[in-house]
Design a binder for this molecule. Structure first.
Ligand code: 76R
Length: 247
């Protein structure tokens, strides 16, 4: 058996993608609309408070294309809290207008491929900040799930630790060349969802997503071992932005 990479696991993550039911919204009377927008406000204010209290973080994006209209990304200390948060949204007056489009359950993850031996990573405030991150307010988001291949000769999980580490070093070097342009959060989802990781990228210039993902396709760990799910890309919105959209 090969040595599994050790992971550091941080906040639990729910990426919740919704369609806006425009027909239902247009047919709703003003009272219902007002109530729906009030509930949305209350919910997002709760998320903002969790972020202020440093017990979670959230991000809201308008998804471009037909896969969804909105994405709510939330980080919390526990799976229980994520479940409660999801239920609160589903029980609110905005819920009938927000049809589930896709969701992803995972946990913020750092692996030890690049860790310095002998040091306790949890003593490092930078590591802790990456495990419990305040999500950036970048203008754009890109999310996709992925696997590492287990297919005949191309089986990531049959490689030795040294082979994987050297490939991850090359991966990290490409990633780091996008420092200041793209911020990435890797969330692990083995045992939680249909793919092995969620990749969430933040950038002010969406073209940098394309450049980064394309460049990585030529790097062995992606070229040989990467398998990818659906891609979602979107634009930052706030509470007022969603309200404006629905007006
Ligand atoms: O955490 C670190 O910065 C150390 C180096 C590093 C690790 C261990 C790193 C750096 N990543 C790591 C792990 Mn990554 N990453 C992806 C994708 O589209 C594709 O081809 C792949 C999707 C992108 C775009 C990306 C970006 N990374 C991982 C893992 C877990 C692997 C495992 O455990 O087997 C996955 C699935 C994954 C995928 N990576 C970086 C980036 C970027 C931008 C960096 C540099 C981050 C920085 O230095 O700030």
């Amino acid at each position: 058996t090969n040595e599994a990479a050790q992971t550091l696991d941080g906040w639990y993550a729910l990426h919740d993608f919704r369609y806006i039911d425009w027909n239902a919204w247009k047919q709703a009377d003003d009272g219902h609309k007002k109530e729906a927008l009030q509930d949305l406000n209350t919910i997002v204010q709760g998320w903002e408070q969790a972020q202020t209290e440093k017990v979670g973080s959230h991000a809201m994006y308008y998804i471009v294309g037909q896969k969804a209209d909105l994405m709510f990304m939330n980080l919390r200390e526990s799976m229980d809290q994520l479940g409660e948060l999801e239920t609160a949204l589903n029980q609110s007056a905005i819920a009938p207008f927000l049809i589930p489009a896709y969701s992803y359950v995972s946990v913020v993850e750092l692996s030890n491929y690049m860790a310095k031996p002998g040091s306790d990573p949890m003593e490092n405030p930078e590591v802790v900040a990456r495990l419990k991150p305040v999500l950036p307010k970048s203008k754009h988001i890109c999310f996709y799930p992925m696997n590492k291949k287990r297919d005949g000769q191309d089986n990531w999980y049959m490689l030795s630790m040294d082979e994987r580490r050297s490939m991850m070093r090359s991966h990290g070097l490409i990633g780091r060349s996008y420092a200041g342009k793209v911020k990435q959060i890797i969330t692990g989802s083995v045992g939680f969802d249909d793919w092995e990781w969620g990749v969430t990228l933040f950038a002010d210039d969406p073209l940098q997503f394309k450049k980064l993902v394309y460049e990585m396709r030529f790097d062995e760990v992606s070229a040989r071992y990467g398998e990818f799910g659906e891609f979602f890309v979107g634009n930052l919105v706030d509470r007022e932005g969603i309200e404006h959209l629905l007006k």
